[in-house]
Design a protein around this ligand. Structure first.
Ligand SMILES: *[C@@H]1O[C@H](CO)[C@@H](O)[C@H](O)[C@H]1NC(C)=O
Ligand SMILES: *[C@@H]1O[C@H](CO)[C@@H](O)[C@H](O)[C@H]1NC(C)=O
Ligand SMILES: *[C@@H]1O[C@H](CO)[C@@H](O)[C@H](O)[C@H]1NC(C)=O
Ligand SMILES: *[C@@H]1O[C@H](CO)[C@@H](O)[C@H](O)[C@H]1NC(C)=O
Ligand SMILES: *[C@@H]1O[C@H](CO)[C@@H](O)[C@H](O)[C@H]1NC(C)=O
Length: 396
């Protein structure tokens, strides 16, 4: 869809640093994109969450052994036809004429618990920023705040902020990038007179983390022919996935948990209550700097009841239209996805046969010494290099 309109808030950030020699010079632009979507959401029979007592009881409702499957809670379909404001950051390598990969755009989708800074840590970016590493490797990269998070729109947490809508947003961003729409977006920048040159993106690689990987795989299933390469980090199917229930997240009602940041989000917005809850899902002791755990807790973000009940709505559908390469990159000790040990926890052959049967080179990389938040562990740059090496081997 070429009709994506642009919001007014656009600024150009040209960050460079002489102090940290390994910190790549970067050209980035922040854009508020208006993204129109049509999506098939559902109405679920699920309790409302308006305080912490409701939040704890939601877990009872979802995780008790006699609880109905989420698919059996659907009472009606809900077609969403709406335009959302999505906050994106587009970065291109400096002097990209010299770089053969600047025409490859990576679109990175963060998971539950963070905003786009999952990919672009402000804490020691040379050690933890995937954006910095991607630019250094020559790629262009777009990161964005998912619906309900950060600077993007925060719609109704039950009927609107669900995974089908979020998958359509990722699809629309992909279509926009392919059609040259980001050039127009950057050109109508109103806040600065400096021209921001956007390369002609001829290849699109989708990269996801956790929930962002679900959305990425969901796009491969429905719209496989618009994607040239994909990396699902912190997620694999056909394994122990789902065994750690919602109870492990330590969720609270966001408006009560941190009123200063989250009160206006309203009913149905949830957040991890403590630093320890964040550690439980995202970190493995011995392989992270406690300062990074503090940072992760500081920048933690919300999720919605609608997302939690619609998690399976975009997953495990065959992707006959996708013929590009697909890498699953997992943290060795990922608790959320592999129940603490990713080694040998999945069935790659079944995944190839049943879901990604037309994809090229479906592979798994297990990142040693990492929990679920792969960009936040001490060897994050090893994780990044493994991804770039895989893409390089596949001509991307
Ligand atoms: C929504 O459902 C209709 C009817 O099943 C289908 O034709 C359409 O492709 C679906 N749209 C999306 C975006 O999934
Ligand atoms: C942009 O250019 C106009 C006209 O030359 C000038 O008035 C304005 O201050 C400039 N804005 C910025 C942000 O540099
Ligand atoms: C992880 O699982 C593998 C077998 O799949 C086993 O060899 C290894 O010891 C396990 N690691 C831990 C920490 O449990
Ligand atoms: C996958 O397909 C291959 C070739 O058809 C077959 O040999 C193998 O048994 C299948 N594996 C699984 C796990 O389904
Ligand atoms: C860091 O990650 C890379 C890529 O996965 C790996 O080869 C290397 O052994 C890791 N280093 C340590 C110290 O674990």
């Amino acid at each position: 869809m070429a009709s994506l309109l642009l919001g007014a808030v656009i600024s150009i950030l040209s960050k460079s640093s002489n102090a940290a020699p390994s910190h790549v010079h970067r050209s980035c632009i922040d854009l508020d994109l208006s993204v129109p979507v049509t999506a098939n959401n559902s109405i679920y029979d699920v309790p409302r969450v308006d305080n912490n007592i409701d939040a704890v009881d939601l877990i009872w409702d979802l995780d008790r052994w006699t609880a109905p499957a989420t698919a059996d809670r659907i009472t009606a379909m809900k077609t969403v036809q709406q335009t959302f404001t999505i906050s994106v950051q587009l970065c291109v390598p400096d002097d990209y004429d010299d770089s053969e990969k600047a025409n490859i755009l990576q679109i990175a989708t963060h998971g539950f618990g963070f905003d786009k800074r999952y990919w672009d840590s402000e804490l020691r970016p040379e050690d933890y920023s995937y954006v910095t590493a991607a630019l250094k490797a020559g790629y262009s990269i777009l990161t964005y705040d998912r619906l309900g998070v950060g600077n993007s729109d925060k719609p109704d947490a039950y009927e609107i902020a669900q995974t089908p809508v979020e998958r359509e947003i990722l699809k629309e961003l992909t279509v926009l990038a392919r059609s040259g729409g980001l050039t127009a977006a950057a050109a109508s920048s109103t806040r600065s007179n400096k021209t921001f040159e956007v390369p002609d993106f001829n290849k699109i690689v989708l990269v996801g983390h956790s929930l962002g990987s679900r959305l990425t795989l969901g796009v491969l299933s429905e719209y496989g022919d618009i994607v040239d390469g994909a990396v699902a980090t912190g997620l694999i199917l056909n394994g122990r996935f789902g065994a750690v229930g919602q109870r492990a997240f330590g969720l609270e009602y966001a408006g009560d948990s941190e009123p200063r940041r989250f009160r206006e989000r309203g009913s149905g917005y949830l957040v991890q209550g403590t630093e320890s809850s964040v550690q439980q899902i995202f970190f493995k002791k011995g392989y992270f700097d406690p300062e990074m755990l503090k940072y992760a807790e500081k920048i933690k973000e919300t999720g919605t009841v609608g997302e939690f009940v619609s998690l399976d709505a975009v997953l495990e559908q065959p992707a006959p239209g996708y013929s590009g390469p697909l890498l699953f990159a997992l943290g060795e000790y990922d608790f959320a996805v592999c129940e603490g040990n990713c080694t040998g926890s999945y069935d790659l052959e079944a995944l190839k046969n049943e879901t990604f049967f037309n994809a090229a080179d479906v592979r798994v990389h297990i990142q040693p010494g990492s929990g679920h938040a792969l960009t936040m562990h001490s060897n994050a740059t090893g994780h990044f290099e493994a991804i770039f090496e895989y893409l390089g081997e596949n001509g991307l």
